[in-house]
Design a protein around this ligand. Structure first.
Ligand SMILES: Cc1cc2nc3c(=O)[nH]c(=O)nc-3n(C[C@H](O)[C@H](O)[C@H](O)COP(=O)(O)OP(=O)(O)OC[C@H]3O[C@@H](n4cnc5c(N)ncnc54)[C@H](O)[C@@H]3O)c2cc1C
Length: 534
C-alpha cells in the first residue's frame, strides 16, 4: 500500500490526537490534525490555576517519552497543569506532530460518502472487505470552520479523507442540572457558570470573579473540590465558599496518596484476578467470584485507613459507596491540599442536599427549604461525555449507532477494542474509554489504530466484532451493578492490563511483558512496559 497516498484525518490535538498522529506518522502516513484550539494539550489548556495531575507522572506519560527530571521528581509526583502542557508540547515537537496540526480549525461535521446505509448494514466484513480503507471507493467529507475562536471568524471548507480518527475527548460539553420551572438560574440576581467555563477563564480573571464574593459550588467531584479550595484560599472565612453536594466521592489526601501508591494496586495482574473481566473463561470467572471476600476485605481496610487519616467522618463526607465500588467505577480523586483545614477554619462550608436544588434571587434553595446565600454559583455538574463525538458525526445513523440515541444508559460505548464500530467504516475513535491513567491506554489505542491502518491488525468478521463488543457490554453491566450504579461510562480502570493484552495480541506482540512469572503477577503494569511496541 502506498501510505503517502492515503489521506488520514485526526480530529483533536489533545493527548490522544498527539499519540494517534505520532503512530500514524511512524507507519508512513501524513495525517492532518484539525484542532479547534490554539495549542496542543486538549483539556490541559483550560484548567484552574491549581489543577495538577491526579495520576503520578510515572503513569501519566507516553511509553517512549519520559518526563523531564524537574517535573517527575518526588516533589512533583503530580505535575502542575502547565507542566503537563509543556510535556505534551515537547512530545509533539519531538515526533514531528506539531507541523501536522492545523490550529483554529473546528470540524463541524463528518459525513461518509460511498456505500449506502443498506449496503453497509449488509457487509460481513468491516468497511466491506475488512481493510482499513475498504475497497478505496468510500471516503469521509469533513466540513471545517477555519479561524475558530477568532473575533472575525473564518470560512468553511470541505476536505476529503480516506480514514478518520476522532480524538475529541469527553470533557468538551458542559452538563447542567435540571431545575424546577421558574427556579433556575433566571431567578438568581448573581452570576451562574459551569466549571468548564470557569476553568477556561484566564487565571487572573477567574481569581477576580470570586474575590470578595460569596461563592457556592454545586458538585463533589475533583473539579468542585479544587474550585472550592481555590475560592477559600482567596476569600478566607470572611466570605466562606459553600460546597453543595448530593453524595461524596472517595477523595484521598495527597500525602496519603504519595505513601499508598493506589495506582500500583489497580494496574497489577493479581488485583485484576479479583474482578470479572470481559470475555473471561469459566476458571477466571470462578476465581474472581471466589476472591470477592478478599476484595471486600481490602476495600474495608482501605476505608478504615482513609477514614482515620482524613477527617471525612467528622464532616459528613463519607461516601455512600464502598471504596471498592468507588475504585471500580472511578469515583475517586485526590483531595486538594489542606481541604479539611479550611472547613475547620470556616472558609469552606459543606452542605448536603438530598432532594432538589433550585435558585432564588439571593442564592440556592436546598430541599425546598434552606437558603445558601451566594453572589456567584459555579455548577461543577459534569459533562455530556458523548456529545463531542455525536457533534462531529453528521450522519445521524452512524451517530446513533455509536452513541445510543436513547437516554445514554449504556455502560460501555459499543466500539470493538474501544476503537472501531463494527458497522462504521474507515473510522476509529481514540481516547474515549477512561482509565486510572488515561494517557498510556490512549497511546496503546493509537498504536493499535496505526497497525490497523498499515494492515498489521486484521479484523475478524463483523459478527465476531459484534460479539467482542457484546462481551464488553455485558461486563459493563456487571461493573455498574457492582458499583451500585456509580459507574463512569467505558471506565476500564479495573481491567486496563486485560484490555492491553487484547491489543497486544492483535498487534502480534506478547501480552506478558515482564521478566519472569513473579514479576508478571506482582509488579504493576505501566507505560514503559509497552515501549517496545511501535
Ligand atoms: C480537569 C481535568 C483533570 C484531569 N486529570 C486527569 C489525571 O490526573 N489523570 C488522567 O489520567 N486523566 C485526567 N483527566 C482526563 C483527561 O481528559 C485526559 O487525561 C486527557 O486529557 C484526554 O485526552 P484527549 O486527547 O482524549 O481529550 P482532550 O484533552 O479533551 O482533547 C480533545 C481535543 O480535541 C479538540 N476538539 C474537540 N472537538 C473538536 C472538533 N470538532 N474540531 C476540532 N477539534 C476538536 C479539543 O479542542 C481538544 O483540544 C483530566 C481531565 C480534566 C478535565
Amino acid at each position: 500500500m502506498d501510505t503517502m497516498k492515503k489521506r488520514v484525518a485526526i480530529v483533536g490535538a489533545g493527548p490522544s490526537g498527539l499519540a494517534a498522529c505520532k503512530h500514524a506518522l511512524a507507519k508512513g502516513f501524513r495525517p492532518v490534525v484539525f484542532e479547534s484550539g490554539k495549542a496542543v494539550g486538549g483539556v490541559w489548556n483550560r484548567t484552574l490555576a491549581s489543577t495538577r495531575l491526579q495520576t503520578p507522572a510515572s503513569a501519566y506519560r507516553f511509553s517512549d517519552f519520559p518526563w523531564p527530571a524537574s517535573a517527575a521528581s518526588a516533589e512533583g509526583l503530580f505535575p502542575r497543569h502547565d507542566e503537563v502542557v509543556e510535556y505534551l508540547s515537547a512530545y509533539a515537537r519531538r515526533f514531528g506532530v506539531l507541523e501536522r496540526v492545523r490550529f483554529g480549525c473546528k470540524v463541524l461535521g463528518a459525513s461518509y460518502v460511498g456505500a449506502t446505509e443498506q449496503e453497509v448494514a449488509a457487509w460481513e466484513r468491516w468497511s466491506g472487505n475488512g481493510e482499513a480503507f475498504g475497497d478505496g471507493t468510500g471516503e469521509w467529507h469533513l466540513t471545517v470552520r477555519h479561524g475558530d475562536g477568532e473575533p472575525e471568524g473564518g470560512g468553511t471548507q470541505t476536505y476529503r479523507f480516506d480514514f478518520l480518527i476522532l480524538c475529541v475527548g469527553r470533557y468538551g460539553v458542559a452538563k447542567l442540572p435540571r431545575f424546577p420551572d421558574g427556579r433556575g438560574p433566571e431567578a438568581f440576581r448573581g452570576r451562574v457558570l459551569h466549571s468548564m467555563e470557569y476553568s477556561a477563564m484566564a487565571h487572573a480573571d477567574a481569581a477576580e470573579l470570586v474575590r470578595g464574593k460569596l461563592v457556592a459550588v454545586v458538585g463533589a467531584g475533583k473539579s468542585a473540590m479544587d474550585i472550592v479550595a481555590q475560592c477559600a484560599e482567596a476569600n478566607g472565612s470572611r466570605y466562606p465558599c459553600t460546597m453543595v453536594y448530593r453524595s461524596a466521592h472517595w477523595m484521598v489526601d495527597p500525602k496519603v496518596a504519595r505513601r499508598v501508591k493506589f495506582f500500583t494496586f489497580t494496574s497489577a495482574r493479581w488485583t485484576e484476578l479479583m474482578v470479572h473481566k470481559p470475555g473471561e473463561g469459566f476458571l477466571l470467572s470462578l476465581l474472581a467470584t471466589t476472591l470477592t471476600p478478599l476484595r471486600w476485605l481490602i476495600s474495608k481496610l482501605a476505608e478504615v485507613y482513609y477514614k482515620r487519616s482524613i477527617p471525612m467522618q467528622k464532616h459528613g463526607m463519607v461516601p455512600d459507596c464502598s471504596f471498592s465500588q468507588g475504585s471500580l467505577g472511578w469515583r475517586l480523586g485526590i483531595l486538594p491540599e489542606g481541604f479539611y483545614d479550611r472547613v475547620d477554619d470556616g472558609s469552606v462550608e459543606l452542605r448536603r442536599c438530598r432532594g432538589t436544588i433550585a435558585f432564588c434571587a439571593d442564592g440556592l434553595v436546598l430541599d425546598g427549604g434552606a437558603v445558601v446565600g451566594a453572589d456567584v454559583v459555579i455548577l461543577s455538574t459534569g459533562f455530556h461525555i458523548d456529545q463531542p463525538l455525536r457533534d462531529v458525526l453528521a450522519s445521524p445513523w452512524f451517530g446513533d449507532m455509536i452513541v445510543a440515541a436513547d437516554d445514554g444508559s449504556a455502560a460501555v460505548l459499543p466500539l470493538y477494542r474501544h476503537c472501531v464500530h463494527p458497522r462504521v467504516p474507515q473510522m476509529a475513535v481514540v481516547g474515549y474509554a477512561e482509565s486510572g491513567s488515561s494517557i498510556y491506554p490512549y497511546e496503546m489505542m493509537a498504536k493499535w489504530v496505526a497497525h490497523l491502518l498499515d494492515g498489521a491488525v486484521r479484523l475478524p468478521a463483523v459478527r465476531d466484532m459484534e460479539r467482542g463488543v457484546a462481551e464488553w457490554a455485558r461486563w459493563g453491566r456487571w461493573a455498574r451493578r457492582a458499583c451500585g450504579g456509580f459507574f463512569l461510562k467505558s471506565c476500564i480502570a479495573s481491567v486496563t492490563t486485560w484490555y492491553h493484552d487484547q491489543l497486544c495480541r492483535d498487534m502480534g506482540h506478547r501480552p506478558r511483558r515482564k521478566a519472569g512469572l513473579l514479576a508478571e503477577c506482582l509488579q504493576p503494569y505501566g507505560p514503559t512496559d509497552y515501549a517496545g511496541i511501535q
